[in-house]
Design a protein around this ligand. Structure first.
Ligand code: GSH
Length: 236
């Protein structure tokens, strides 16, 4: 979309409930970056993101000079390098950082769908909430909330749950335990301060926060203590 070129602050094309977009919103709030959010129509992502040359997914970050950056982790690294001298990505132990970044992007990203859509009631509750939070046309909003989508998502989520063998809540609790145990007594994965791995992990977890299922994560004491510490660093 040509309209974003020439904006005087960077633009984030996003969906409100997209976990990858919450990573970008979180790093931008952590670094206190002034940017504009453009919520795309959930039924027309390909069309509204035609300017990305076939990428077609959110998040998309567009700089003031028109530079377009896609894919959430590369966008986070770009933002850190451009606005923060790369301090969040810098590490004394790059192997550990890279392994855990990969862990976050595979394990945590895959855990979001089962908790939101893993049961039929959950799927219905989630799609109804999504239809309120996202931009849709009048009719597609209703179709999205009540027709095929809960069933389709429920089906995808249930096959993931079945494959994993654990209940979605247990999966999240195990992942939060594994992640927070990795840095033991430190406040963050990054040590005294959150680094890019912390903020990416936080972004995935935060994407559950608009939904009632978040309460299932709130009783993981160690995970929530870490989550609240990161939340306290955000400028919103
Ligand atoms: N690897 C990408 C994944 C982005 C992604 O899958 N975004 C979804 C929304 S949560 C999307 O835009 N899907 C639209 C589509 O695939 O058509 C990232 O980390 O940014």
């Amino acid at each position: 979309m040509g309209e974003v070129i020439g904006a005087d602050i960077p633009v984030l094309h996003m969906l409100h409930t997209c976990p990858f977009c919450w990573k970008i919103r979180s790093i931008a709030e952590h670094l206190d970056i002034d940017y504009q959010k453009k919520q795309v129509n959930a039924m027309k992502t390909k069309k509204e993101l035609a300017f990305t040359d076939g990428w077609g997914k959110v998040p998309v970050w567009t700089e003031v000079d028109g530079e377009i950056v896609v894919d959430s982790t590369p966008i986070m690294k770009h933002i850190d390098a451009t606005y923060n001298q790369g301090n969040l990505w810098a590490s004394d132990d790059e192997l550990r950082r890279d392994q855990w970044m990969e862990w976050v992007d595979t394990k945590l990203s895959k855990a979001t769908i089962p908790i939101l859509y893993g049961g039929l009631f959950s799927a219905l509750q989630t799609t109804t909430r999504v239809s309120k939070l996202e931009k849709f046309g009048f009719f597609s909003k209703r179709i999205y909330a009540w027709a095929g989508f809960p069933i389709m998502w429920g089906f995808i989520a249930r096959s993931r749950v079945k494959k994993d063998g654990r209940k979605p809540k247990q999966l999240w609790h195990d992942l939060l335990t594994e992640f927070t145990n990795e840095f033991g007594d430190s406040h963050f994965f990054g040590g005294d301060r959150p680094d890019l791995v912390d903020i990416a992990a936080f972004g995935y977890m935060r994407s559950i926060s608009p939904f009632p299922q978040f309460s299932q994560l709130e009783d993981h004491a160690q995970g929530m203590a870490w989550y609240r510490r990161i939340e306290a660093t955000l400028h919103s």
